[in-house]
Design a protein around this ligand. Sequence first.
Ligand code: ATP
Ligand code: MG
Length: 849
Amino acid sequence: MQFLEKLNPQQREAVETVHGPVLILAGAGSGKTRVITYRIAYLIEKVGVSPDSILAMTFTNKAAAEMQERVEHLVGGRTLAKPVISTFHSFCVRVLRRDIEALQINGKGYRKDFAIYDESDQQSLVKSAMKRLGIDDKQLTVRNVLSRISHAKNHLLDPQEVYLQSGDPKVERIAQIYKVYESELAKANALDFDDLLLMTNKLLKTSTEVRERYNRRFQYVLIDEYQDTNRPQYEIMRALAGTLHNVCAVGDEDQSIYSWRGADIRNILEFEQDFPEAKIVRLEQNYRSTQNILEAASAVVKNNLKRKGKNLWTERMGGAKVGYYEAPDGENESLFVADYINKYLMIAHDEDDEPKRAAVLYRTNSQSRLFEEAMRRYGIKYNVVGGFSFYERAEIKDMISYLKLIQNPSDSVALLRTINTPTRGIGKTTVEQIERIALETNLPLWDALGHIVEQRLMQPRACAALKGFRELIQDARAMLYGKFEERLVETAQVSKPEESDAAEPEIADEDLQDNMAFDFGELEPDAEEFSPEALGTAEEAAPEKVEGFRSPGENANVSEVLKFLIDRTGYIKQLEAEDTPESLARIENLRELVNAAMDSRDRGETIADFLDHAALVADTDDIEAGAQVTLMTMHAAKGLEFPLVFIVGMEEGLFPSSRTLMNPDEVEEERRLCYVGMTRAMRILVLSRARYRRRYGTDMPDASTASRFLSEVPPQLFEDIGSPQKKTPVFGDDSYSTHYDYENEDQRPQYGRTKQKTSYGGGSTYNSIDNIAEFFASRGKKFNRPSVPMEEPHGKRGFRPGQKVKHPKYGEGTVYQREGEGEEAKITVQFPRFGLKKLVEKFAQLEKA
Ligand code: ATP
Ligand code: MG
C-alpha cells in the first residue's frame, strides 16, 4: 500500500484501525485531516469497503470538495461510486429531503419541498414577529433575539419553557417572539439552519426504520474539526454510528472557536464515555510550520488556563522569525501588507508542496475594505472570503426568493420579498391586509392572497396588482412543473380517480425517492430492488429515468424560468434605466445567476438542489482558484494553510474583540482563535497593528493598545520588520519596548544592513524583500529575483513593480509588472481611472511619480 508510506506511525495506526471508534486529539498541522482522507482511501483500497458506505463530515463545503478530490487522487479514480463527503448541514438537507415526512412534531408534519431560511430570512421573520407583537424595544436587537432563539433551540427548549424559566421581562418577550417565529416557520413549511440539524436528529431518534436504513447504508463515519461540533451534531453522529461504532473523529481543543455558535467541549469528553472501547490517538509532529512559528503559536495558547496542554514539534527547524509591524495608521498597515505580498509573489517559487499563496487574516469581515483597496492599488489578484458573498447580494436574493416562492408558495418570507420587487403597485397597506387575513384564517400568505383575489376583497386596483403577481408566479410554476402536473393528473385518474388530491404527494414521493437515491448513491447499495440487475437495463425497466429521471420540476429549466422572471418583472429594464455603474454590476450579477442555473442543470441538478446550494454556500466557498491572495477572517481560515500569513489589527478591542474583554472564557476563545490564525502559516508569519485607527468613520483620538497576544509571543522569536520610527514603546511592557525603540536605522537589529529601502506611505522604510529572500536562502531554496534587481536604485534599469509612476495621458498609476529587458522592456501599469495598461517602456513617457 504505497500511500501509507506517507504517514508517520501514529497516523498510520489511526488509518489502519478501521473497526471500532477512534478519537484523534492533536495540535494544528499534525495531519488530522490527512488521516481522515487517507483513512477513506484505505477503506476503499485495502479493506475493500464500498465507497458509498463511507460518510465523512467536514466543516465547510470547500473542505468537503477538497477531500473528495484528494481521495479520488489516492484511489486513482478507480471507483465509480463516491464516498459521501459533506458538511453536517448539507448532509442533513439530503436526509430531510428524503425522509422528513416520517417526522411528526406535535402531530404536524413537514413536506419535502421545505424552504431553507438563511440568516436574512430569519431576520425578516423576527422583525415581522416583533412588529406583530408590538414589541419596539430598543434593547432587543433582531440579532440578539435570533441568537437567543438559536441558543434555546440548541438546548432543546421550546418557547413555553423559555417563558417559564425566566422571571426576566426581556426574556419573556423573547419567548413570545420565539413562539411566533416558530409558528411562522411551520406555516411557511420552512426550516432554519438550526432546524436542519435538530430535525435530522429527531428523525434519526424517533424513526427506527429511518435510522436503521442509514446505519445499513453508512458503515463508516468520519468527522473532521470535531472540537467545533455542537450538541445536535454530536447526537446525529452517535445515531449514525449505530451499533458498529465505526466512527473516527479528529479535533484539537485548542482550536475550538465556535462555542458562541453552540460548539460543545463536552463532545470530546463524552466520546470516551459513549464509546468506551475508543482508541485514542495522539499526533505530535507538525508538518506545516517552521519551528519559530510553531513555538510562537504554542507560547500564545499556553496562556489559556483551561486546556490540557500538548507537545508539538516540527522538523522544519528555525525559519524566519515571526515578523512584527506597527503601522502609524490603518491605511499604512494595509499598504505595508500589500507591498510585502507583492514582493513575495515576485520572488517566491511555486513548489509542489507549497504553492505561492498568501493570506491576510483579520478578526471581523469589515476589516477587509482597506486591504482590498491596497491590493487593488498594487494590482494584486485577491479573493475576499465572506462578507458579501454572491448569494447575499440584493438582486440575487430577490431572484432566489422568486424561485423559492415558485417552488414552495407557502414560503411567506419569499413572498414578502418579491411581492413588490420590482415595484408593481402593491403598497404597504395592501401587504398588511394580506398579513391580517393570513393571521385570521391561519393560512400562508399565498393562500390569503389567492382568497383576496378570488373574492375581490380589496379595491379593484389593489386586486388587479395582486392578480398580476399571482399569475406571474403561477405561470412560472407551470413552466417549471407544467409537464409534471399534467402527468400527475393523468396518473391520478388512472390510479385513484376518486382521490385525485391525494395523488400528488404519492407521485412526488416516488420521484423524489429516485432523485435522492441517486444523490446519495443508492441508500442501500445491496437492496435488490434498486440494483440495475433487478431493474433490467435502465431504459427498459425505467424509461422515465432516462429523461425525467429526477424529481418534479427538474425537466423545466431553472435558467429559463429565471430569464422569464427577469423579463416579465422588468427587473433588468429597471436597472438599465438607472444606468449607474452599480446598477450595471447588478445586471451582470443577474446574468451570472442565470449561468449558475445553467451549470447546475448541466450537473443534472433539480431546482431544489439549486436552491439548497444557494442557501448553503458558506463563506469559505468563495475561495476562487487562481487568486494568490486570500483575505478572510481567522474563523474562515480554519483547516487551511498558506506559506505566508498576516494577522492584522492586533489591537486590544479589535483582537481580542471588545465584546469579549469582560469575560475570561471568551478571551480564552479569542486566544484560541489567535492560535488558529498563527498556525495557518507554513513559512512566514507577520503580525501587525495600527497605532491609530479610524472606527465608525471617526479617527480614534487615542493610540490603540497592542493586543495582549503580541506580548505573549516570546521576544526572541519576534522581530520588527521595519515599523516606521517611533519613540513610544510598542508594548506597555517596558522590557519589551526597548527591543524596538531604536533611534535611527543603524540601530535596527539584523535588517539594517541593506542599502536599498523602499519607501512608501508616510515615508517609513522597511525591507521585507530581504527578509523573505534571506529566509529562502537560509532554507537552501532558490528564489527568483525579479528581472530588475531590487538593490539597483530606480532610474538606471527601469521601473519596478509596486512603484508609483506618472503618464502624460493616464495620470498616476502603479507599476504592476515588467517583462523583457532594454529596448524590449514592456511595462504593465495599473491606472486608477483607466485600469491595466501594457506599455513599451521606451516610448511610454513614464515618469517617477
Ligand atoms: P489543522 O489542525 O490546522 O486542521 P491538521 O492536523 O488537520 O491541521 P493537516 O492539514 O492534515 O493537519 O496537515 C498539515 C500539513 O502537513 C498538510 O500540508 C499535510 O499534507 C502535511 N502532512 C501531514 N502529515 C504528513 C506526513 N506524515 N508527511 C508529510 N506531510 C504531512
Ligand atoms: Mg485539519
